[in-house]
Structure formats: structure tokens, C-alpha cells
Design a protein around this ligand. Sequence first.
Ligand SMILES: *Cc1c(COP(=O)(O)O)cnc(C)c1O
Length: 200
Amino acid sequence: MAISKLQPIEAIHQLYTETGHTVFGENYVQEVLPKIGALKGLSLEWHFVGRLQRNKVKHLIGHFALIHSVDSLELAESLNHHASAAGLTQSILLQCNLAGEKTKGGSEISALQDLALRIVGLPNLRIEGLMAMPPLSVDPETARPFFQQLRVLRDQLQGEIPSLKELSMGTSTDYRVAIEEGATMIRLGTILFGPRPAKA
Ligand SMILES: *Cc1c(COP(=O)(O)O)cnc(C)c1O
């Protein structure tokens, strides 16, 4: 999918016109809703990949085919509550913090199975798979063991939760390695749009 965070509406429109690409991922609640509104006519599919605060959850429901960044039971319960109120089922991925990085979102590996099994009990959510963002590195090979680890986790969890089959992993720098290690979704920003404008 094309990660269009911080890119202007015109850049998204241009990528769509030039390539026919229709799947876009965004990180920031404030900017994504106006973008979705402005591009409604194109029937794009939107994914949310950013860090999510519980007080923003209600704005997201109904707009996203998939939310990639669920990493706590509180967040899942809130999503479930608002999805239920809207009468729909929200598809989600569980984000894993594979390297235990303090600055990043994601469930710790040790808590992942418990989290997944609790979320399965929430009737208005559907867990489709796992997402991770390995530590930043210029060498894509550095990410390989993390991608392998995410795949093993997915395989283990899928035994108990059959719907959990997707692996959202790989960005502009390391997507080739991610595909080799079994990614089912790659998230490309810079390589499609060029450098991102700075965050305001
Ligand atoms: C920004 C972002 C990407 C895309 O990164 P690029 O290096 O520009 O391809 C992918 N995933 C997430 C979660 C992001 O925040």
C-alpha cells in the first residue's frame, strides 16, 4: 500500500491518476479525515497505520478497511465499542514491538498471544494479522531476523485464530527482504511519493 502521510491531497490524486493505485495508508487522525473527504469520488481504500490514541478511535470507525496499529486491550475495547455502536465489524492487525523499542508502539512479544486471545472475544473486531516496524537501519538485511520473527509469531497464532493470516511488514528501504520473508502487505511511502514534507 502507498503510505501517504504528510503528502498533500494532490500527490495522492496524482499517484492514483498515473498508476491506478487505490490503497493508501495514513498515520495522523487530524489530516486523514479531510483527505478521505476530499478524495471520496475516487473510491480509494484507506488503512490506518499510525499510533492510535483511545480518544481518537471514534473518528476512525467506518473509514478504514484495516487498522494496522492495535497494540493494547484498552484500544481494542474502545474500537469494539465504537464499531458496535456503528453496527459494523472493524478489521485490525496487531502491532508488535519486536525489538522492545520504547519510542515505538506495538505489543511486546511476551504479551501478544494473551492480547490476541482476548481480542478474539470482542464481537465487532476481526484480527486479520500482524504488523511490525523493525528498528530503523540503512541496511535492509538488519530487518530480516525481525521479519522472520513476525512470521513465526503469525504462524503460531494462526493455529488458534484462523483469520490471523496477514503480515504487514516492509517499507521503502527493506520491502524486498520483507517479501522474501513472507510479507502479504508492504507499506511504501518515500519510494512512491519521494521525500515527505515535514510534520507541521
Ligand atoms: C511512514 C511509514 C511507512 C513508510 O515509510 P517509507 O520509509 O517512507 O516507505 C510505513 N509504515 C509506517 C507505519 C509508517 O509510519
